[in-house]
Design a protein around this ligand. Structure first.
Ligand code: TA6
Length: 311
């Protein structure tokens, strides 16, 4: 069993338009709507890889109800979302069909009251201590009202329960979370630069690890992943550049890392899986889903190289 936490869950809406032009009105040719927010995307990919996943975080209002109704139809995913009085946010991805470029609009999310946060913490404590809990992923932005040190708190609880924990967030929640010593942190290049002040990925990844994370896996877009761990350092690169919608590609990378962790795979295999899933998500027509045939094709061809100076 793997637990994913999405404190700021979302109903993800994807609009496809023939070509996106500023200041113009557009005819939408295709609309898809599905449960989103980073931890829910991670859960969907984990479930497709054959893992049982429990999802928690907050859901509320009509959008929260719609999200939960859809989630109930997804196999291998157990809904443990906590209630919030405000409405779950929507996010909108507008995909330009001509170029594949995507414009993403994310609402801030519902305000979480102190009593709602306290009730969530109680249920999280119970979830991480369940028998067979193999790993926890803490993903995405914080909704208003949730303390900025929330992830640090959740990391400390998971570590006290001896459950490996992965963090994927940005800004101050990332900074505080890293200091709470998560097992893995997965920033993208911008998040890493904001955390460390360095735009040089090699240096920034090592710096992020010195700040407390046991392993840092930086996602570098089309250039793949850069990992610095206690067991060594690696670069993992996709065999070819893929074009498409990158929304959710980072979430699929997290699912690859987490499934590999839960299955006790060595780091190079985890990284290869993460890179192949990420690229297979870019080519999938719906944001946040991956193309299974592309994944199978890319997986054996991901180049993972060790680095001379490891951790
Ligand atoms: O990574 C894609 C995605 O998970 C979308 O599904 C969307 O819901 C968004 O990110 C949420 O990100 P945020 O950082 O606002 O929590």
């Amino acid at each position: 069993m793997i637990l994913t936490v999405t404190l700021n869950a979302a109903l993800d809406i994807t609009y496809r338009v023939p070509a996106l032009t500023p200041h113009a009105s557009h005819r939408v040719t295709e609309v898809t709507e599905r449960p989103g927010g980073k931890g829910l995307n991670v859960a969907r990919v984990l479930a497709a890889l054959g893992h049982d996943v429990t999802v928690t975080g907050f859901a509320g209002g009509d959008t929260g109800r719609a999200l939960r109704d859809r989630l109930a139809t997804e196999p291998h995913i157990t809904d443990a979302l906590a209630p919030v009085a405000g409405a779950t946010r929507r996010t909108v991805a507008v995909v330009d069909a001509a170029t594949g470029d995507t414009t993403q609009l994310n609402e801030p999310g519902p305000a979480v009251a102190p009593a709602e946060w306290a009730a969530f913490l109680d249920s999280y404590e119970e979830l991480v201590r369940r028998d067979g809990m193999a790993a926890v992923a803490l993903c995405g932005s914080l909704p208003p009202g949730v303390p900025v040190g929330a992830y640090a708190l959740l990391i400390r609880s998971a570590r006290a329960a001896r459950v490996p924990v992965l963090l994927d967030t940005s800004g101050e929640p990332l900074r505080r979370g890293v200091a709470a010593r998560p097992d893995v942190v997965k920033p993208n290049a911008d998040e890493l630069a904001e955390l460390t002040g360095s735009h040089e990925p090699d240096r920034a990844t090592r710096d992020a690890r010195r700040r407390g994370a046991h392993a840092v896996v930086a996602s570098l877009g089309a250039d793949g992943l850069l990992a610095v761990t206690a067991d060594g350092g690696w670069r993992a690169r996709p065999p070819k550049r893929v074009r498409g919608n990158p929304t959710g590609a980072g979430d699929s990378a997290v699912a690859g890392l987490l499934s590999g962790l839960a299955e006790h795979l060595p780091w190079p295999d985890r990284l290869a899986r993460a890179v192949a899933l990420s690229a297979a998500t870019v080519v999938a027509p719906v944001a946040g889903e991956f193309d299974a045939a592309t994944y199978e094709d890319l997986l054996p061809r991901v180049a993972v190289t060790g680095q001379v100076t490891a951790a």
